[in-house]
Design a protein around this ligand. Structure first.
Ligand code: XMP
Ligand code: MG
Length: 176
């Protein structure tokens, strides 16, 4: 597929401005604490790297990888942990950072799993939100942009492991 077939939805400048706004809000709300920022691999790695560099509070960093049970599709149902975090979170403020909320299945499952470890608090920051695709009720605490039901790539998001490196978010067309 040629890059020319992809329309830019969010430019680097738009993303940068929005990430700073989110970081400012998060910094205010976490003032006096040292949250553990948990990135969901792989999609969140670019967003998380930008977000933490704009925080005004100290934070710890860890990563988790989730895998769907059953078929290989992203939204087949319950999830299990593919790679766990290495940090104990009991009594800790945890901020999960994810690339996109789609059906809501991944994050609702992940929050449930991590809650069993008794963190002091657990919140979710998602770069993108496709609200109309929800299958289970789920609200992220912080959202970069809400988008309609388009498949998007870039800024960490992929299609079959491609296009994660784009510095902006583009709409993938003609994917079949
Ligand atoms: P849920 O469980 O909320 O899953 O359905 C969210 C996961 O689905 C993937 N996803 C996308 N990935 N462009 C992508 O690159 C998209 O438009 C998109 N929509 C959903 C993604 O892996 C996310 O973590
Ligand atoms: Mg993902």
């Amino acid at each position: 597929m040629k890059n020319g077939e992809m329309e830019v939805l969010f430019s680097r400048e738009m993303i940068d401005r929005r990430v700073r706004e989110l970081a400012d809000r998060i910094s205010l709300e976490y003032e006096g604490t040292e949250p553990l920022v948990v990135g969901v691999l792989k999609g969140a790695f670019v967003f998380m790297a930008d977000l933490v560099r704009h925080l005004h509070v100290p934070c710890g960093i860890d990563f988790i990888r989730v895998a769907s049970y059953g078929s290989g599709s992203t939204s087949s149902g319950k999830v299990r942990i593919g790679k766990d975090i290495e940090t104990p979170i009991s009594g800790r403020d945890v901020l999960i950072v994810e690339d996109i909320v789609d059906t809501g299945l991944t994050l609702s499952s992940l929050v449930k799993i991590l809650r069993e470890r008794h963190p002091a608090s657990i919140r979710v920051c998602a770069f993108l939100d496709k609200r109309e695709r929800r299958q289970v009720p789920f609200e992220a605490d912080y959202v970069g942009f809400s988008i309609p039901d388009h498949f998007v790539v870039g800024y960490g998001l992929d299609f079959n492991e491609k296009f994660r490196f784009f510095p902006d978010v583009r709409v993938l067309k003609n994917i079949i």
